[in-house]
Design a protein around this ligand. Structure first.
Ligand code: GLA
Length: 368
């Protein structure tokens, strides 16, 4: 008997870098996924992927960081599970993926959540979604070095088909929003840029936000527990103490939170054009105030403005590469992609990967 897991990627309609600031996000699960097949083994464990990576090990060997970056996802998950149950069973795992990595659609969280879910089942460890989210975040923080929030994991575990999750990351309260874009589609354009500074810069933003919170709390004599709670008046009065850069970072977070709330309203009332405008504004904030974009992403967002049939565009995910998300008339997709691919290649000498995003349900498990 095998355990089969299908763990999807995530798209985020709006609400970027707000999750680790206790703010709002509006993500969905993608119909592209990582599939994992687990089976018990007696003496040794094997992991094989369709990308040509493979590893052999024994689960009882004490944890040691690997020089092969991707192996740390597996070793990290095993080590975290061992904190719950010391004796794990050896296993084989075959991994197949239709999710491009480094595209900002959360292939790493899909992998980690899939591994945790499958290995928990194999070892009869009872974990609920909240526990899987925590474990998965620990793996990414401790073994991969990305100090990310919980948006990706929450989405992967809880998403529903054709729904977005309006999630308050402060208390994990969520509401499902039905998505019906009618004659519009979500088109992702993967820049094929994978910045090796991405983790470092991401972590730098996390610490800038922590620092800003302390400065505002100290100066205003407040006790805000995260940046999303900060009142505009306190941000304004701390402007000098924060300095120009941190002030822009916090302004972005407060504005982006408001954009998420407005977006939900627009989407519930089928106001796609208005929602699209918020996507453009979100991109400007990410580019100018939060400074997590890059030339390729900016170019692609700006390029869409020439087309009447595109309502919105912005960079998606952590930034410094990855993809843009575009709200585009279905009838325009083919022509637009053809032109964008050509223009993008002639400017950056890189291939553009278009992905039409259909919204699917969250992680699925079955015994086969
Ligand atoms: C990455 C992180 C998420 C989130 C986004 C930016 O995907 O894993 O937690 O912070 O970046 O919105």
């Amino acid at each position: 008997m095998k355990i089969y897991i299908k763990s999807p990627g995530r798209v985020n309609l709006i609400g970027e870098h707000t999750d680790y600031n206790g703010g709002f996000v509006l993500p969905c699960a993608l119909d592209l996924s990582i599939e994992l097949y687990f089976e018990k083994k007696l003496n040794e464990s094997h992991v094989n992927t369709d990308l040509g990576y493979s590893m052999n090990f024994n689960v009882s060997t004490p944890y040691q960081k690997s020089n092969n970056h991707w192996e740390n996802y597996i070793l990290g998950v095993i080590n975290e599970l061992k904190q719950i149950k010391t004796e794990l069973i050896n296993f084989s795992c075959i991994i197949k993926s239709s999710l491009p990595s480094g595209a900002g659609i959360s292939s790493s969280s899909a992998l980690v959540c899939g591994l945790i879910k499958g290995l928990a089942e194999l070892n009869a460890i009872d974990l609920n979604n909240a526990e899987i989210i925590n474990l998965s975040r620990n793996v990414e923080h401790k073994y991969i070095g990305l100090l990310g929030g919980i948006m990706d994991q929450f989405t992967i575990l809880n998403a529903r088909k054709n729904m977005a999750i309006f999630l308050d990351c402060k208390n994990l309260k969520s509401k499902f929003i039905k998505i019906n874009f009618k004659e519009f589609k979500l088109l992702l354009l993967d820049t094929n840029v994978k910045h090796n500074l991405a983790n470092t810069e991401y972590n730098k933003r996390v610490s800038e936000c922590k620092k800003s919170l302390k400065v505002i709390n100290d100066f205003c004599n407040k006790n805000y527990s995260n940046l999303s709670e900060v009142k505009d008046i306190d941000l304004k009065s701390s402007k000098n103490e924060l300095g120009e850069t941190l002030y822009r970072r916090v302004s972005y977070i407060l504005n982006e939170n408001q954009r998420v709330v407005k977006s939900v309203n627009f989407l519930e009332n089928n106001k796609l054009k208005e929602f699209g405008q918020l996507m453009y504004q979100s991109h400007l904030g990410l580019k100018n105030d939060y400074e997590v974009s890059c030339d390729e992403l900016d170019y692609l967002v700006e390029y869409t403005m020439k087309f009447d049939g595109i309502y919105g565009s912005r960079m998606m995910g952590g930034g410094f590469g990855g993809c843009t998300i575009n709200l585009i008339k279905e009838s325009l997709v083919e022509k637009f992609v053809e032109e964008a691919e050509k223009e993008y290649f002639s400017k950056f000498k890189r291939k553009l990967n278009p992905i039409v995003a259909n919204l699917d349900q969250g992680i699925q498990m079955s015994l086969i």
